[in-house]
Design a protein around this ligand. Structure first.
Ligand SMILES: *[C@@H]1O[C@H](CO)[C@@H](O)[C@H](O)[C@H]1NC(C)=O
Ligand SMILES: *[C@@H]1O[C@H](CO)[C@@H](O)[C@H](O)[C@H]1NC(C)=O
Ligand SMILES: *[C@@H]1O[C@H](CO)[C@@H](O)[C@H](O)[C@H]1NC(C)=O
Length: 372
């Protein structure tokens, strides 16, 4: 297992020097170093065979030690791309762009992307059934006004009822754009996830401990991840998904957890649920990039456009105030994003330029873009 940590640190530092204040630089260094140590911990723990606790997974015949995890070249371990979505214009236009780029990247060299399913948790078909392979599942009877609480329940239903050829599953979201052909980043039974800098289990130890009691191990067993993007073996996800659903509903009904975790509650719930099953993830910072904070696409695999990108005409970031030029998915709530968005002014980072180009390319080529 090779991780290009030092070059990653250098690259990050260069970007950071150019673009960020001292405190952001420090944060990035800490995050990079943190994910290195998390990876290091994973290896150490696997060697000490502590990684997989009471679930008995260490007896799994497919479990291999990290040293042997690199697959021999030529064998592909395909993963099924599973996108959870709803029948609402906001989710639909993003899903269409996401599926367009999946199709473009799937057949390229290096890809281990298998087939694709949009898991539609609106309970009934929508107008994209012919455009995107879709599996309809039921929403929760009561989502407590928090729509993403439906995600774990959607996965539970889909895994139970669908025929899935691939051994691995990738959990994806509509605001993901594949920018490079994605290989299977999981290794054997060890799944891969993206380390989010805003998922901090150790900072909420008291709350996490309600769901992850001491006997399950140290709080650091809870990864700084959400369910997406994650590439994981299907049999493991089948075990984790019901627990994830249970933990998310209990957290949502717990005012303290609900207040602390807010809109990322279901991410914490996945992190806790997988830890309860003794599963730790390989943390891959190159899984994804998040404009405007990450300024270069480089060799990463997915653009996650969850943050608004606001700039003035000098190309300076005006995050938090509406820019003279802006790209924000939230601007297109009731309607599809228009074709041919204006390109950002000179000086705006490459990651943002690439994002707009890729959105424009998709909307230009998807037939009937404007017909809803
Ligand atoms: C979660 O699981 C526990 C233990 O099995 C059970 O008592 C509880 O009712 C479940 N909660 C939900 C919301 O499913
Ligand atoms: C979006 O839809 C809601 C509810 O139908 C409506 O109140 C709102 O004005 C709409 N917004 C836009 C920008 O069309
Ligand atoms: C896209 O918009 C630009 C102006 O921003 C215009 O020059 C160009 O012709 C438009 N392209 C298409 C295909 O509509």
């Amino acid at each position: 297992m090779r991780f290009e940590c030092s070059s990653e640190v250098e690259q990050k530092l260069q970007m950071a020097r150019k673009n960020f204040s001292y405190s952001s630089t420090l944060l990035i260094v800490l995050l990079t170093v943190g994910s290195f140590f998390a990876t290091y911990n994973l290896i150490t723990m696997a060697i000490h065979n502590k990684m997989l606790n009471s679930g008995g997974l260490s007896n799994d015949p497919d479990f291999t030690m990290p040293d042997n995890m690199e697959r021999s070249t030529g064998t592909k371990a395909l993963f099924h791309v599973a996108l959870t979505a709803v029948a609402h214009p906001y989710s639909q236009w993003q899903s269409r762009i996401m599926y367009y780029w999946y199709k473009r990247m799937k057949s390229m060299a290096g890809s281990e992307m298998g087939s694709f399913t949009r898991i539609l948790h609106s309970g009934q078909p929508d107008n994209l059934m012919d455009e995107i392979p879709t599996f309809v599942v039921d929403p929760l009877p009561d989502d407590r006004g928090y729509i993403v609480l439906n995600r774990p329940w959607a996965f539970v239903q889909w895994l139970k009822r669908a025929t899935i050829e691939e051994e691995y599953i990738m959990m994806a979201e509509p605001d993901h754009i594949f920018i490079n052909p994605l290989p299977n980043l999981a290794r054997g039974i060890v799944p891969a996830g993206f380390p989010f800098n805003y998922i901090l289990p150790s900072e909420y130890e008291e709350i996490i401990r309600k769901y992850f009691p001491k006997e399950n191990g140290p709080i650091t067993n809870v990864d700084s991840i959400g369910n997406s993007p994650v590439i994981i073996r299907k049999d493991l996800l089948e075990k984790i998904a019901p627990t994830w659903m249970n933990v998310s509903i209990r957290m949502k009904d717990d005012p303290e957890a609900d207040k602390a975790f807010g809109w990322v509650l279901e991410m914490y719930a996945y992190a806790v649920a997988s830890a309860l099953h003794g599963v730790k993830h390989i943390l891959r910072e190159d899984f994804m990039l998040q404009p405007p904070w990450d300024t270069e696409t480089g060799k990463r695999f997915i653009i996650h456009y969850t943050f608004g990108c606001d700039y003035n005409m000098k190309g300076e970031l005006t995050y938090g105030t509406i820019g003279e030029w802006r790209f924000d998915k939230r601007s297109y709530w009731n309607v599809s994003i228009p074709r041919n968005l204006s390109m950002p002014p000179p000086g705006v980072p490459e990651s943002v330029v690439t994002l707009v180009k890729m959105v424009n390319e998709a909307t230009a080529n998807i037939p009937n873009w404007d017909i809803e």
